[in-house]
Design a protein around this ligand. Structure first.
Ligand code: GRF
Length: 212
């Protein structure tokens, strides 16, 4: 099976997938392409070290081609998402699954529809439980809520990507208990460890549903 992985930053979850493909946990899968929306994403280095082809898909160049107005920005984002789909559908081999691993760009129907019409599942890692803390900064929001005694646990999920942010059906989730007085860094470290296991498990379960 072929995976295309979308990243924006450190790429620790990409690294978990790279390591899993090299071991038994994802033995029948390989990452054939990594795409980042940020030039400085360390994940691009991780991919290069693993001899995985990479693409930097740059929103700035799209914004430059459109007027700096609201309509122009919307048109730039539509073109960006449509071209991201074209780029992926033109890959050879084509991916069986697209994995968003620390990907910080909201994917619109201009990306999702062409991909869905080719039957390619898109899955995303989100460091919160279904229905909780959607969007950026989820770990910090959970930590704050824990400090206020509102919740005793948060968690991580791998879910199917739909147009609504972090709202697709969960594929796999794992709870993470909140500890009294722990720092945000401590919680982030705990969460990232869970992410690294869940991204592999969520990808494995998605592949298992694909009959090839
Ligand atoms: C994860 O919590 C991810 O959800 C967020 O950044 C964190 C680490 O991502 N976007 P990465 O895989 O280390 O880039």
């Amino acid at each position: 099976y072929n995976l295309t992985v979308l990243i924006s930053g450190n790429g620790s979850n990409l690294q978990a997938l790279i390591d899993a493909c090299a071991s038994s946990s994802l033995q029948n899968a390989r990452i054939t392409h990594v795409i980042s929306n940020r030039k400085a994403a360390y994940g691009l280095e991780r991919a290069a070290k693993a001899s995985i082809p990479t693409t930097y898909h740059n929103l700035v160049s799209y914004k430059k081609k459109h007027p700096q107005t609201e309509e122009g920005t919307t048109a730039a984002r539509i073109a960006y998402d449509a071209d991201l789909a074209k780029l992926i559908l033109a890959l050879s081999p084509r991916p069986d699954v697209i994995v968003c691993a620390g990907w910080m760009h909201i994917l619109t129907p201009d990306f999702l529809n062409p991909i869905a019409s080719e039957g390619i599942p898109v899955i995303n890692l989100h460091p919160a439980l279904p229905g909780e803390f959607a969007g950026a900064g989820a770990i910090e929001k959970a930590w704050e809520a824990g400090k206020e005694g509102k919740i005793k646990r948060t968690g991580v999920m791998i879910h199917e990507v739909i147009a609504e942010v972090d709202a697709g059906d969960a594929i796999v989730t794992e709870e993470v208990p909140l500890k009294e007085g722990e720092s945000l860094d401590d919680l982030e470290e705990k969460i990232h460890k869970v992410e690294h296991g869940l991204i592999v498990e969520g990808t494995r379960q998605t592949l298992a549903k694909i009959k090839k």
